[in-house]
Design a protein around this ligand. Structure first.
Ligand SMILES: [Zn+2]
Length: 276
């Protein structure tokens, strides 16, 4: 018997027609070795590809993490930039309002330098809410300033005060409901606050007269004008010329009769000529 060979028998279920092969032992060994080597190669390639897969998954995970961190950071930077831009805009707005206020004070004939500055606040302590609060305060003040008739309608000496005085026509005590400001004929008369013209016509005592209604409770009256340069219904801004000084109506010389009316009552215009 050939000991170098194996006999392989293939037997069917009914034990009929069995087939046998004779195979060299070395061949069988070769086949087994091949199977084992193949199995190793498969396992190796599988595991390396698995490791590679895991590794790349890890890598992509860390890349994702990095991207999201960058996104968060850039969002943060953008947000800071937005806050910074908002702050800058608001501070700029405040500064513009202050400059506008200074201009209005000049138009009102009030020489007063607004102190832009004050307490120094380091930028990092300036929060949006603080600036908002500051801006609101300044805006309120600005609105009050443009709607309150504080200021002079015309530059000149006051030659007759508000209150009881000897009436220049009746030669007895009479109530003077405004002040008289010395003027030269044709001198420009300006509005002391924003408002609406509610009268621009002849008045039996004050001649050519203009009355402006301001926001809330104030009205101003300008009498004895030589010329009226506005008409009823007009909207006027502080500093706008509303007429020219004259001596129309019951007047003894060129001057401006100026009244300030608060809640329907005449008040002393002298208290409104300048800021206290
Ligand atoms: Zn008068």
């Amino acid at each position: 018997m050939d000991t170098d060979r194996y006999t392989i028998m293939l037997v069917t279920a009914g034990h009929q027609g069995a087939k046998s092969f004779s195979v060299k032992k070395s061949h069988i060994r070769l086949v087994f070795c091949s199977i084992i080597i193949f199995a190793f190669i498969s396992l190796f390639s599988f595991s390396t590809s698995y490791i590679y897969y895991k590794d790349s998954a890890k890598k992509s995970q860390s890349v994702n993490k990095l991207i999201s961190t960058i996104n968060l950071l850039s969002q943060d930077i953008d947000e800071n930039r937005m806050i910074e831009a908002k702050l800058r805009n608001k501070l700029q707005g405040i500064e513009e309002t202050l400059l506008e206020m200074q201009e209005i004070l000049q138009k009102k004939g009030i020489k007063k330098e607004l102190s832009i500055g004050g307490e120094f606040i380091p930028a990092e302590r300036l929060s949006l809410s603080y600036v908002d609060y500051m801006k609101k305060d300044i805006d309120d003040l600005f609105n009050t300033m443009i709607s309150t008739p504080v200021g002079t309608p015309l530059k000149g000496k006051i030659n007759s005060n508000f209150g009881y005085r000897k009436d220049p026509f009746k030669r007895k005590a009479g109530f003077h409901s405004g002040i008289d400001i010395d003027a030269h004929h044709g001198q420009a008369v300006v509005a002391t606050a924003d408002g609406k013209v509610i009268k621009a016509s002849w008045h039996s005592s004050y001649g050519k007269t203009v009355i402006i209604k301001h926001e809330d409770k104030y009205e101003t009256l300008f009498g004895h004008l030589s010329k009226i340069t506005v008409k009823e219904g007009d909207t006027v801004k502080v500093g706008d010329v509303i007429g020219k000084a004259g001596s129309t109506g019951r007047s003894t010389g060129t001057h401006l009769h100026y009244e300030v009316i608060k809640d329907g009552k005449r008040v002393n215009p002298k208290n409104f000529l300048s800021l206290k």
